[in-house]
Each structure stands twice: as C-alpha cells, then as structure tokens.
Design a protein around this ligand. Structure first.
Ligand code: SAM
Length: 282
C-alpha cells in the first residue's frame, strides 16, 4: 500500500520522498530514514510555501529545473542545526587542562583550529573564548586562528553576524558574557553581539564535509567534528575521517560528539579520552 503523509494540503508521496532522500545523501552524506519523512515534509513545506508552489510534486520539478540555485535552500531546509554555547563542556575543560599546556610546551607561534560543522557559531565562539581566556595572562601568546565551516548557508550567515538572544547566551558565565558580548540597548534590548576581539580570530566559510578534498593548506592542531556524523552512514564517516587525517597535525586532537564513536569505523585515529582522539602516525 502506498503511504501518504498529509500536512495541510501538501502530500509527500513515497516516490518524491525517495528522490529527496537520494539527493540529500548524494549532496551531503546525510542518510534520511523512513522515520525522517515527517521532518522532511514539515521542513520542505515551508520552502514550498515560500516559493508559492502547490505541492511536493511541483517542488520536485522546480528543484530539477533550478538545481544549481535551489540546492542551497534545499540542503538548508534539511540540515539539523541544534547547538549551544559550551555544549558538552568537558571538551573545553580538556582543552584548557590538557591540550593547551601540551601545545605550550611545543612553543607554537600559531594555533590553528577547525570547527567543521559549526552551525550558527556557538561552537567556534566557545572555542575562541576558551583559548582567549587561557592565554589572557600568559607571557607567550600564540596567534589563534579558528576556521569555522558548515554546509548550511543560513546558519553560517547567523554565525558571521554573531548576534544571539538572551535565551541563547543565558548559560554563559556572567563575567565571560560581559567580556565577549556587547549587550544591546534600546531596540536591541535582549540581544548580545560578539565583540570584535573574539570575532576577529574566527573565519566562517561554507564547506561540505563530503567533498573529496578540502581547500585548506597546512594542518590543524585541533579539529572539532561534533554532532554531525550521527547523520552519516558508516562508509561516509569512514571516508571523511580518512580525509581528516590529512588535515590534522601529527600531535593534533580530534573532538567528536558525546553520542558518537569512531573507534570501529576508522583506523586513522586512536582514543585519547572519551570522544577525544589523536592521530595514528603511519
Ligand atoms: C547538530 S549541528 C552540530 C553543531 C555543533 N557542531 C555542535 O555540536 O553543537 C550539525 C551541523 O552539521 C552540518 N552539516 C550536516 N551535513 C554537513 C556536511 N556534509 N558538511 C558540512 N556540514 C554539515 C549541519 O548544517 C549542522 O549545522
């Protein structure tokens, strides 16, 4: 029997869902299961309304005929961007207590970090705050550069602007909030803007983790790849981490999300701590 999902007047037929599923997989590596059908329907319904179209069938046609332009909004509609400042705080304690003292011993002039699925910026800004705090009273201050990338152009735009609501920043300790955020006044009451001292060390770019090579030169001392591989299948994860090993320094650190595990899918990294990996030297 054909399954149909209804939302107002829009129906998502299996055939169209299958087309969207395949396109998203090919473009992003995101594996949508049957369970995600309702989510896809809800997300794309918004896009269909915005375009003034009448059905998923029409949207499918539209997508085919305008693929190069529409694919960005199509992808943006499907990605899940949940994030937070200081999400999974243990990672930031580990950076402060283990990684940075180790890098200090190496007397690096520059520390390079990559937040590889940065969503709306909370993760790279948290990394930035952690490093600026660590080096604040140190005599030797290396140059800090954080590359923050995501496939979703909407969240990247938000990240670049760097303005957050009270709800989004309320978990940040008040001295840090004062130090790194400009509190809005008047019509901006309730908004918090990232100060330039923090913004200036972060570079936001669109990057698809599925690309066969990445346009970066040199090696990163720390890579964050958190809460994104849960959306990929094992083969996609394995190919991606093999690629990552080319972009991480020999003594670099890889952080993944707390519900993620790469031990069985790749032999390029070894476990150093819970969800924290080092590079296997070959
Ligand atoms: C749930 S958020 C995680 C954000 C942040 N890393 C954290 O842990 O809070 C996942 C992000 O991965 C991004 N993403 C999904 N597929 C991607 C791909 N193929 N390349 C780059 N980013 C991708 C999504 O756009 C989304 O912003």
């Amino acid at each position: 029997m054909r399954k149909k999902v209804m939302l107002n007047t829009y129906e998502l037929e299996d055939a169209e869902f299958d087309t969207f599923k395949q396109l998203i997989y090919d473009e992003t590596g995101i594996k949508l299961t049957e369970l995600k059908k309702a989510l896809v329907r809800a997300r794309l319904t918004k896009r269909i309304r915005k375009l003034g179209l009448d059905s998923f069938k029409d949207y499918n046609e539209y997508l085919k005929n305008n693929y190069d332009a529409e694919k960005f909004d199509f992808i943006n509609s499907i990605t899940t961007n949940k994030t937070d400042f200081f999400r999974e705080p243990r990672h930031f304690d580990y950076i402060k207590n283990v990684v940075l003292p180790e890098l200090d011993n190496m007397k690096l002039k520059k520390i390079r970090i990559w937040s590889s699925a940065c969503s709306s910026g909370e993760e790279p800004y948290t990394i930035g705050i952690s490093l600026l705090e660590y080096y604040e009273n140190k005599r030797n201050k290396p140059e800090i550069k954080i590359l923050a990338t995501d496939i979703d152009t909407n969240v990247l735009e938000k990240a670049k602007i760097g303005i957050y609501t009270f709800e989004q920043v309320k978990g940040i300790d008040s001295p840090l909030l004062k130090k790194y955020f400009q509190k809005g006044k008047g019509e901006n009451e309730g908004l918090f803007r990232i100060k330039d001292s923090l913004k200036n060390i972060i570079y936001f770019r669109r990057l698809n983790l599925q690309d066969e090579t990445y346009p970066m030169k040199g090696h990163f001392d720390i890579i964050f790849c958190r809460n994104v591989i849960i959306y990929f299948d094992k083969e996609t994860q394995s190919r991606m981490f093999k690629r990552f090993s080319k972009y991480i320094a020999d003594n670099g650190y890889l952080f993944i999300g707390h519900s993620e595990n790469i031990t069985r899918i790749c032999d390029d990294f070894y476990l150093k701590g819970n969800t924290i990996y080092g590079k296997v030297l070959k």
